[in-house]
Design a protein around this ligand. Sequence first.
Ligand SMILES: *[C@@H]1O[C@H](CO)[C@@H](O)[C@H](O)[C@H]1NC(C)=O
Ligand SMILES: *[C@@H]1O[C@H](CO)[C@@H](O)[C@H](O)[C@H]1NC(C)=O
Ligand SMILES: *[C@@H]1O[C@H](CO)[C@@H](O)[C@H](O)[C@H]1NC(C)=O
Ligand SMILES: *[C@@H]1O[C@H](CO)[C@@H](O)[C@H](O)[C@H]1NC(C)=O
Length: 389
Amino acid sequence: MLPLAERSAATWRYGVARCKLLRAAFLFFAVIAVTLVAFYRTSQPDRPTTRSAKNGTSLPIEFASTIINDNVKRNNSATTAMAAAAGNKAIGGKQGVILSVDFKGGIGNQLFMYAALAGIAEELGFDARIPDTLPVRSMFNLTLNTIPDQWEATNRPVMLMEGKKFGSRDESLLFHLSELRGIGKGRKWKGREGKRKGSDAVIYGYLQSWTYFSNISERLRRELTFRDEIGDEAARILRACRRGNDGSPLVGIHVRRGDLQALHSEGYRTGDVDFFRRAIAHFRGGDQDGGPTPTPTFVVASDDVQWCVENLQNLHPSIVFLTGNTAAVDMSVISQCDHVIYDVGSYGWWCGWLSSGQVLYMENFAERDSKIARGTIREEYFLPQWLGL
Ligand SMILES: *[C@@H]1O[C@H](CO)[C@@H](O)[C@H](O)[C@H]1NC(C)=O
Ligand SMILES: *[C@@H]1O[C@H](CO)[C@@H](O)[C@H](O)[C@H]1NC(C)=O
Ligand SMILES: *[C@@H]1O[C@H](CO)[C@@H](O)[C@H](O)[C@H]1NC(C)=O
Ligand SMILES: *[C@@H]1O[C@H](CO)[C@@H](O)[C@H](O)[C@H]1NC(C)=O
């Protein structure tokens, strides 16, 4: 056995030798890698786009506003041809830079995405586009143009941007989108990114904050008038509800329960009887501080009417349950009541937003520390004039 000093010297010499060997190996492989990459790039100057702009839902998106599309080569002849095909007003109007959203979910989710898309596009000067198959198009006469058929076929560069925030405003997303439009503050586009300035973009995200569309809320309110066949049916139901109640107010209630499992797994709570009791008491009428007020009629819509009948029937003498309508007709009825109560969810949120009366929501809408609770910023999700109970 070597004495201690000698042993450490031997170890040291061995270490140096190993270091040199490793460095040589590293250099060798680095040179090979660089050569391969260079060869690959020169041999494939015009790699076709591998991802579809319209249908990219399975793409991995790792951080906010990741730029995923490989194809940064702008095909000017295609762009020009497309602009001509769609008419200058449609595509050329805002320098032809398209912004769309990967729409998903039910009516409430789609409305959030639609409204945010319209608001962001207005703010940043994009040409906002929606899929022609978007289900809420059957409910409203929407004014945003549809995605041109040729869009996918062209080689227009498309950036996929992730809006990561839930129930709050995503400043990072807006920052990256404004950079795309060349109006970002501060940071300059450079290198590879520079080539992407002026690209079209598709947003992935729920975009659930009224702040995205507060600047166009008047326009949106006019636009989000239910189509005649839905509006007429809702009007008929509302007339029936008002009959015999002497012009006293109608209070619409939306109770979200149908997909309880999914709601709970995301951290939502659902409205309990106590919440609805307190909300109904808020509008109860009768002799209050301001003198006698008429007793309202409560109109309940839900994806689980049976639960509502069993649990809410006894909360008030004048309570009506809607059955057998489409979700669109129910939303039209509830939003046209004088006031709205809802527990959780984006469907109820939109019943509230579309109404012109007082809106009560369930203050305690999410499990503590759940994703929903952490992501939601109350001021950016609920309208300031709404009341949480
Ligand atoms: C989108 O992708 C899915 C899954 O790959 C596929 O089933 C669907 O047909 C595609 N839709 C369109 C419009 O290309
Ligand atoms: C550009 O678009 C035109 C018209 O769609 C097409 O004919 C042409 O092949 C495209 N060029 C490239 C390089 O993809
Ligand atoms: C609304 O528009 C004003 C004036 O153009 C602008 O300063 C403000 O940032 C916009 N608000 C939002 C939430 O985008
Ligand atoms: C929607 O558009 C159709 C066709 O232009 C029109 O007849 C209808 O009155 C419109 N409905 C609403 C609610 O604006």
